[in-house]
Design a protein around this ligand. Structure first.
Ligand code: KG4
Ligand code: ZN
Length: 341
C-alpha cells in the first residue's frame, strides 16, 4: 500500500501507555503519553506486573484521547501500528491485543513494529534530510547499540552493550546518589552544578576496536567512590553526577565518530531516552561540526517512549508492503536485524 494517510500508533512496551495519530507518515496529529512513574516510584524501578495491569486500565482512554485530539474518527484510520517487542511481555501483550482487536473490528491492517525501529523512525520522521544509509545510535534504558540503517534491508548491528544499557547506568548511578526514580533526567540536572573533571572515571571500551559498549564497570566505579566518601555533601554529589555523565557520554561520542569514519557514512541519528541528554547532544553536535557529518536528534518528546514513532515506523513498513496477520504476537526479546515478519 502507499504511505497510509492516517495511522494509529500504540506503544506499551514498558511503563508508558502511548497512542498517536500520524498523517502521511510524518505529521503528528496527536501524541498522548500516559506515564506510570507515580505507580512505580515507591519501588525504585518498574514492576512488570503493575505495569501491565495499569496498561489494561488506561489503554482505551489513551487511544480515545489521541483520536479526540487529532479530531479523527476511528473509521478514518487506515492502519494500526503497534510495538511487538522487545519489552515487558505482559505490557506488550496489552497493546498488541488491543491493536489487533481494533484493526479486526475496523477491517484495516495491523502492523507490528520493533521498538528500536520506532526510536529510529522518530529521527527519520522529523528530519527528511536523514537519508539512508545512516548510522543509528540507540541509547535508552534497555539498549545501547549502533546500527547501520540501510534502505530495503534490516538495520545491521555494528555493536552493542555487553552488560548494562547507558540509560540503566544513569538510573542506577542516580539511585546511588539518592535521586528519585527515574534517575536519568534528575542526574543530568544535578550534573549541571558539578565539575566533570572532579573524578577521573573509566571510559570503558572507548578506544577498543569495534563498537561494543560496557556500562557496569563505570557504575561500579561510582558505587565504590560513594561508599568511600559517605556521607556525601551536596558538592560531591554534583561532582560525581557530572563526572559520571561525562564518562558515560564520552564513550558514545568516540564510538559514533569512529563509526562515521570507518563506515564512510556522514549521517548519524542519536535516538532513545538518553538522546534527550543535553551533554550528549552538545558533544555529538560539536563532533559533527569538527568532522563534517550531519547529526540528527529527535525533539525531546520523541526521544523517550512515545507512539508517534511507532506509527511512523508502521507507516513506513506498510508502504514497503509489510503487513501482519491477527496471529501476530509479542516478543520480550527481538533482534532488530532479524525481523520476524
Ligand atoms: O527510550 P526510553 O524512554 O525507554 C526505553 O526504551 O528504555 O529511555 C528511558 C531511559 C531511562 O534510562 C532514562 O533515565 C533515560 O532514558 N533518560 C535520560 C535522560 N532522559 C531520559 N538519561 C540521561 N539524560 C536525560 N536527560
Ligand atoms: Zn524506548
Amino acid at each position: 500500500m502507499p504511505t497510509p494517510h492516517l495511522v494509529l500508533g500504540i506503544e506499551s512496551s514498558c511503563d508508558e501507555m502511548a497512542a498517536a495519530v500520524l498523517r502521511a507518515g510524518r505529521e503528528i496529529l496527536a501524541s498522548v503519553v500516559h506515564s506510570q512513574l507515580e505507580l512505580h516510584r515507591p519501588y525504585g524501578g518498574v514492576v512488570p506486573e503493575l505495569a501491565s495491569r495499569d496498561h489494561v486500565r488506561t489503554i482505551s482512554q489513551v487511544v480515545s484521547k489521541a483520536l479526540d485530539e487529532a479530531q479523527v474518527g476511528e473509521r478514518e484510520l487506515e492502519a494500526v501500528a503497534v510495538t511487538m517487542g522487545p519489552g515487558l511481555l505482559g505490557s506488550l501483550l496489552v497493546g498488541l491485543s488491543f491493536a489487533k482487536a481494533l484493526a479486526y473490528r475496523l477491517g484495516i491492517p495491523v502492523v507490528g513494529v520493533h521498538h528500536l525501529a520506532g526510536h529510529l523512525a522518530a529521527a527519520e520522521m522529523v528530519s527528511p534530510e536523514l537519508r539512508r544509509p545512516y548510522l543509528g545510535l540507540v541509547v535508552s534504558g534497555g539498549h545501547t547499540a549502533l546500527y547501520r540503517v540501510e534502505e530495503g534491508a534490516a538495520p545491521k548491528l555494528l555493536g552493542e552493550t555487553s552488560d548494562d544499557a547507558v540509560g540503566e547506568a544513569f538510573d542506577k548511578v542516580a539511585k546511588l546518589l539518592g535521586l528519585p526514580f527515574p534517575g536519568g533526567p534528575a542526574l543530568a540536572q544535578l550534573a549541571q552544578s558539578g565539575r566533570e573533571e572532579a573524578f577521573a572515571l573509566p571510559r570503558p571500551r572507548q578506544h577498543e576496536p569495534g563498537y561494543a559498549f560496557s556500562y557496569s564497570g563505570l557504575k561500579t566505579a561510582v558505587a565504590r567512590l560513594v561508599r568511600e566518601r559517605e556521607p556525601l555533601d551536596a558538592a560531591t554529589r554534583a561532582d560525581l553526577a557530572a563526572s559520571f555523565q561525562a564518562a558515560a557520554t564520552d564513550v558514545l561520542v568516540s564510538k559514533a565518530r569512529r563509526a562515521v569514519a570507518d563506515e564512510g557514512i556522514a549521517r548519524l541519528a542519536v535516538v532513545g531516552g538518553v538522546a534527550a541528554n543535553q551533554r550528549l547532544r552538545e558533544r555529538i553536535a560539536a563532533a559533527a561540526r569538527a568532522d563534517g557529518f550531519a547529526a540528527t536528534f529527535p525533539p525531546l518528546a520523541l526521544c523517550t517512549d512515545n507512539a508517534a514513532m511507532v506509527a511512523a515506523a508502521g507507516a513506513r513498513s506498510l508502504a514497503a508492503g509489510e503487513r501482519h496477520d491477527l496471529d501476530l504476537t509479542a516478543f520480550s526479546r527481538l533482534p532488530l536485524d532479524a525481523p520476524v515478519a
